[in-house]
Design a protein around this ligand. Structure first.
Ligand SMILES: [Fe+2]
Ligand SMILES: [Fe+2]
Length: 228
């Protein structure tokens, strides 16, 4: 039994937006995902840190979910900036029920317990979303969601998963970083960075939180083992 995480699978089994156009790093990526997820067991837990499917709605994402559901590990999903299929929790639960999908749950304004740990997370905020005037409403909403998730940990040690990096070479999101610090988050994994942007990732420990990039192309489409 182990906890794994990976972001940005960018599946497109129906939507016809294969990532293979982005060059050799994405070559055969669906087959590589299939090979690595096949090694996880029913006992394992996998956090999917956003940008899971290119589907613009649940109908278009259906094939991607059915593909993922074939792997028996439990999957906790957070929202990425490309997850246009993401809808209300009630609609997603109904969709999973209707399609006999039993391995997935949404990590959104909540947390899940794993051993002594709490698994928390939300989409987060990134400079790409910076608008003029500053879009504080969206930022505040994400900070609120993060805090709701971290509070649900009820004091357990926290493993936090964000889609957007809260820090990046040349960029910091102080509002998100302050919350991570306030709740003494042990580990913060993030995705979203692809291709040349991977060079600008920040990894290592700051204010007691370890930061780690888990985007799929960075990990070679093999989920990162977080702990046993
Ligand atoms: Fe992505
Ligand atoms: Fe993204």
């Amino acid at each position: 039994m182990a906890l794994y995480a990976i972001g940005d699978l960018h599946l497109s089994l129906t939507a016809d937006k294969s990532m293979e156009v982005f060059g050799p790093a994405w070559e055969n990526y669906v087959e590589r995902i299939e090979a690595s997820l096949s090694r996880l067991t029913e006992e394992d837990v996998l956090v999917l840190a956003g940008d899971t499917s290119w589907g613009i709605d649940l109908a278009e994402a259906e094939a991607d979910f059915l593909f993922l559901d074939r792997f028996p590990c439990k999957k906790y999903l957070i929202k990425g900036n490309h997850d246009y299929w993401w809808t209300t929790a009630a609609k997603l639960h109904r969709f999973f029920e209707q399609h006999d999908i039993h391995t997935m749950a949404m990590l959104h304004n909540n947390c899940f317990f794993y051993g002594d740990y709490a698994i928390c997370g939300t989409r987060g905020w990134f400079w790409e979303e910076e608008q003029k005037p500053h879009n504080s409403k969206v930022l505040n909403r994400e900070v609120g969601r993060l805090e709701t998730s971290l509070k649900a940990a009820e004091g357990r040690p926290i493993l936090c998963f964000l889609h957007y990096p809260p820090l990046y070479q040349g960029y910091r999101c102080p509002e998100i970083l302050d919350v991570l610090k306030k709740y003494h988050v042990d580990l913060c994994c993030y995705g979203h960075l692809h291709g040349p942007a991977i060079r600008r990732r920040i990894e290592g420990t700051e204010d007691g939180t370890e930061f780690s990039l888990i985007s799929a192309d960075y990990l070679g489409f093999c989920p990162k083992k977080i702990c046993d």
